[in-house]
Design a protein around this ligand. Structure first.
Ligand code: CAA
Length: 291
């Protein structure tokens, strides 16, 4: 089946990035969020980020305009009824995601493929609450979506091959590369990346290194583009903690226990870049370590 129209639920960091790349690849995009303010923020962000690609000569000004014109923003889930593919990209909480799917189902066409950009929640369990577990799968983008080349495609236990192939074709049309992952907690990227970040927080907690020396060590000693604490702030400390909890609960192994210091930062509401404070304080001109 041909996918022409893509519905994106949630216009946060990931949802707006997904709308951006879909529109540039020629898909009609229906971008939904419960908040009108969030939708207008997302439209501004997409405009600026495509503008950045124009200024680097990667996208033409005509394609920039055409991409923006392909995006329709709406606060009504019912408006996503004409989509051939839905990518749910709301808050990483299972109850929120389930409620969205429940509200969406009466409006969908029978052929519509439902997917979630979840970074760790069971695809099989999300799918089982819908009327189409065979046309449901995980469609997991990396942040920043316009830059990162990988998309993890996760089949639930019931996902059929036509659904997987249709999603694979979309990833290829985006110019990205798919990686097939089985439906186990946190899939591949986050199964490896987030415990590494958690270990970096333990390294800080136990006083082995300072924020700066930990980040410097991994950047210069392992050629990572960002240090693990800087990356944690970029991803969001609440998201990192949520993923550690999914690993801990789902695999029942103490090696996945979240570092108490990570929990403390989340309790403080210091969630990283999005709240201007995490392992670094972003309120000034240059980030300053908070410990
Ligand atoms: N939209 C469009 N383009 C963007 C962008 C955005 N939001 N952010 C950065 N870019 C572009 C820049 O324009 C620049 O383009 P050119 O190469 O054409 O010059 C390029 O990306 C590099 O950006 P910068 O020069 O500004 O900055 P940088 O060199 O420091 O790179 C980075 C920034 C790409 C974010 C890099 O630091 C990096 O790769 N960091 C690691 C990111 C990572 O690990 N992401 C995965 C997180 S895990 C995840 O997402 C999964 C999950 O579920 C939690």
């Amino acid at each position: 089946m041909e996918i022409e129209t893509v519905g994106v639920v949630g216009a946060g960091q990931m949802g707006s990035g997904i709308a951006h790349v879909m529109a540039l690849a020629g898909y009609r995009v229906l971008l939904n969020d419960i908040s009108e303010a969030q939708l207008s923020k997302a439209k501004g962000l997409i405009d600026r980020n495509i503008g950045r690609q124009v200024s680097r000569g990667k996208v033409s000004e005509d394609d920039h305009k055409a991409a923006l014109a392909r995006i329709t923003a709406t606060t009504r889930l019912a408006d996503l009824g004409s989509a051939d593919l839905i990518i749910e990209s709301a808050t990483e909480r299972e109850t929120v995601k389930q409620a969205i799917f429940e509200d969406l189902l009466p409006h969908l066409q029978p052929h519509t493929i439902l997917t979630s950009n979840t970074s760790s929640i069971s695809i099989t369990r999300l799918a089982s609450r819908t009327d189409r577990p065979e046309r449901f799968m995980g469609f997991h983008f990396m942040n920043p979506v316009p830059v990162m080349e990988l998309v993890e495609l996760i089949r639930g236990i019931a996902t059929d091959d036509a659904t997987f192939q249709a999603c694979r074709k979309v990833v290829e049309r985006l110019g990205k590369t798919p990686a097939m992952a089985e439906d186990f907690p946190a899939f591949i990227v986050n199964r490896i990346l987030i415990p590494m970040i958690n270990e970096a927080v333990y390294t800080l907690y136990e006083g082995v290194g300072s924020v700066q020396s930990i980040d410097r060590s991994l950047k210069l000693g392992a050629n990572h583009p960002m240090g693990p604490l800087e990356l944690a702030d970029f991803i969001g400390l609440d998201t990192c903690l949520a993923i550690m909890n999914v690993l801990h609960d789902g695999l029942a192994d103490t090696k996945y226990r979240p570092c108490p210091l990570l929990v403390k930062y989340v309790e403080a509401g210091w969630l990283g870049r999005k709240t201007q404070r995490g392992f670094y304080d972003y309120r000034g001109d240059t980030p300053v370590p908070t410990r």
